[in-house]
Design a protein around this ligand. Structure first.
Ligand code: 0PR
Length: 365
């Protein structure tokens, strides 16, 4: 086929998909990255950090990204880390390393991201749920359950509510035992430092060994770009011989890996910088509060006052409402457990979008 025919055929599929530009995707943790970031992706899209020896330039950019992730998580530049395909791979790598280091059981709340359950299944690690209080881990309950060699997975910005598990309190409870604390800040890592610099969720709490923090969520990088950072070289425990590769070793889940997104994540960091991210995050939070007050004005019940830029609106028959909204062009996540619609207020969710959405929701909610 010639290229115009291919394009014509593909356009039909493209039109079936939802697009961020429409402003109608309300349930994702992603927004269209700025133009220079996308250009970086395409310039480097053939780089493959599965064989780093061929791509020393991209290796350097990965290190720069990791250094920025360490800055956001209060780590030191000498700490360790990788840019990976997403929060799932980051969580799997951390838990894989923890298991190989001799830790035996995962403790987490029910609001932990399902990738942690996936990792537990892959790694044959048992999971015990710790009760929650006000949407975060109940430290008292944890204290009663905790055993030596447990892995405590905390979430800084949970997937359903955006709430932040009490990292410092948990670390205090863990202090007398040999436990592994992993913090999943896949979403919150690019938000908390800009809204609440006083909240400790990273390496400024002793006992936190690794943190997941994803450029392809609030870091405004295109996928696949997750991040895993660690205080010590935990990756040593998952390293495997790869004699024919330039480095002779591989310490990750994937082999070949799309590394245009490493260049793009670096470009996003250069494009926004700390100040640019702060401005963007504050705008998202202001819009979240706008959504919160407008929804209440319209008579909707909001599940929990927003801490980060995630808001849940409670509706009856949540799946039916979601289907109706979908027919009106809205892409939204639901949390059946809370009977709520979850809205992640990313940069494309403007006040105009919010007003239109609430009008539509009134018709079907
Ligand atoms: N940890 C947390 C706290 C997460 O919220 C997520 C994903 C992950 C880990 C896993 O990250 P990856 O998806 O990068 O592997 N949370 C989003 C969610 O479930 C993922 C998502 C993104 C869902 C876009 C839908 C969507 O359209 O909401």
């Amino acid at each position: 086929m010639d290229s115009s025919e291919i394009e014509r055929l593909l356009a039909a599929y493209y039109d079936k998909d939802m697009h961020y530009e429409s402003g109608k995707i309300l349930g994702s943790m992603y927004s269209t990255p700025p133009e220079p970031v996308l250009r970086a992706f395409f310039k480097f899209y053939q780089a493959n950090l599965g064989n780093p020896g061929l791509y020393p330039g991209t290796v350097e950019m990965e290190r720069e990204v990791v250094k920025f992730l360490l800055r956001l998580t209060s780590g030191q530049a000498s700490y360790f880390g990788h840019v990976v395909s997403g929060g799932t791979e980051a969580n799997i790598m951390a838990l894989w390393a923890a298991r190989n280091m001799g830790y035996r059981r995962i403790l987490a709340t029910e609001d932990v991201h399902f990738s942690v359950l996936k990792a537990a299944n892959l790694l044959s690690l048992p999971v015990q749920y710790v009760p929650m209080r006000d949407f975060v881990m109940d430290t008292q309950a944890l204290e009663d359950m905790l055993q030596d060699r447990d892995i405590v997975v905390l979430t800084a910005g949970t997937t359903p509510t955006g709430y932040i598990d009490p990292v410092e309190d948990v670390a205090r409870v863990c202090r007398t035992l040999n436990c592994y604390i992993h913090v999943d800040a896949a979403f919150g890592g690019f938000v908390i430092p800009f809204l609440y610099p006083e909240i400790k969720f990273g390496f400024n709490t002793e006992g936190v060994k690794s943190v997941t923090i994803d450029p392809h969520k609030m870091g405004m990088a295109p996928y696949p770009a997750g991040g895993i950072v660690a205080r010590e070289n935990i990756f040593k425990s998952i390293e495997i011989d790869a004699p024919y590769l330039s480095t002779g070793k591989n310490a990750g889940l994937l082999g070949t890996r799309q590394s245009g997104s490493v260049a793009a994540a670096y470009a996003a960091i250069l494009h926004f910088g700390m100040e640019g991210y702060r401005t963007m995050v504050k705008e998202c939070m202001a819009n979240t509060k706008y959504l919160w007050s407008r929804a209440k004005e319209e008579g909707f019940e909001v599940l929990a006052d927003p801490v980060l830029n995630i808001l849940n609106i409670r509706v009856g028959e949540v799946n039916k409402v979601r289907e109706k909204l979908f027919k009106m062009g809205w892409g939204i996540s639901t949390y059946p457990k809370y009977s709520s619609l979850r809205i992640v207020v990313m940069p494309h969710i403007t006040r105009e979008v919010i007003d239109t959405f609430l009008k539509d929701l009134k018709k079907v909610g």
